[in-house]
Write a protein that binds this ligand. Structure first.
Ligand SMILES: O=C(O)c1cc(=O)[nH]c(=O)n1[C@@H]1O[C@H](COP(=O)(O)O)[C@@H](O)[C@H]1O
Length: 224
């Protein structure tokens, strides 16, 4: 079950990222590299991380006009990550063009409602729907656009999977029982998120900030 855990290596420091990745090599399902890592280390850094031999989830959350996003995805061809994110709020045409531009081996998944947002946050940006309704709406749109799946919290994944049986569902905002929540708002335990229908879990700080990241990963895996 540890193979279903992608560890978010959120650091701009390549040496630190490589050291953590090395420790987790035996048990993680993959490594997620995000904006922090990519802004500091670019494609060269991603290739170095890929050298550890684990699948790479490149979380760039692309969100721009269709031509710009498609060109950015095209520019990633030398990397060919296993998973790549775009924002569903970029709209159907943007998602279609992102998927068309991606390497065949890359799953393109759409971020629906960030797990750091709740209903009040959506209201404050002019979205009248609650997170549940908004995730369902954007999941339908991502499916129509031909993507491979979506990113959502554990609270919406069961309903989203009902709309898209063979979709690929990424669930972040995952915390072991009693773990510090930090800036996340829609949080669930790893076991509950998998039971609800997650394909993979994304977990960062509970593992990377632990004194022994591999032990923390194994402890979480033992609860699955
Ligand atoms: O796309 C993501 O991975 C993502 C989407 C989302 O809604 N919420 C979310 O937390 N993430 C990412 O998942 C990781 C969560 O990290 P931790 O909160 O440290 O476990 C971070 O790298 C976030 O960028």
């Amino acid at each position: 079950m540890a193979g279903r855990i992608f560890v978010a290596i959120d650091t701009p420091d390549l040496a630190r990222a490589l050291a953590i990745g090395q420790k987790l090599r035996g048990h993680a399902g993959g490594l997620k590299l995000g904006l922090e890592f990519f802004c500091a280390n670019g494609a060269v850094g991603v290739r170095e991380m890929a050298g550890l031999g684990l699948p790479i989830f490149l979380d760039l959350k692309l969100h721009d006009i269709p031509n710009t996003v498609a060109s950015a995805v095209q520019a990633l061809h030398g990397i060919e990550p296993a998973v790549l994110t775009v924002h569903a709020a970029g709209g159907r045409a943007m998602m279609e063009d992102a998927k068309a531009a991606a390497s065949p081996g890359t799953k393109v998944v759409a971020v629906t409602v960030l797990t750091s947002l709740d209903g009040d946050d959506l209201d404050s940006i002019g979205v009248a729907a609650d997170p549940h309704e908004q995730v369902a709406r954007l999941t339908g749109l991502a499916r129509e656009a031909g993507l491979d799946g979506v990113v959502c919290s554990g609270f919406e994944v069961a309903a989203a999977r009902k709309l898209w049986k063979d979709g690929f569902f990424v669930v972040p905002g995952v915390r072991p029982a009693g773990g510090a929540i930090g800036d996340q708002k829609r949080v669930m335990t790893p076991r509950a998120a998998l039971d609800a229908g997650a394909s993979i879990l994304v977990i960062g700080r509970p593992i990377t900030k632990a004194e022994d990241p591999d032990a923390a990963l194994r402890a979480i895996a033992a609860t699955l």
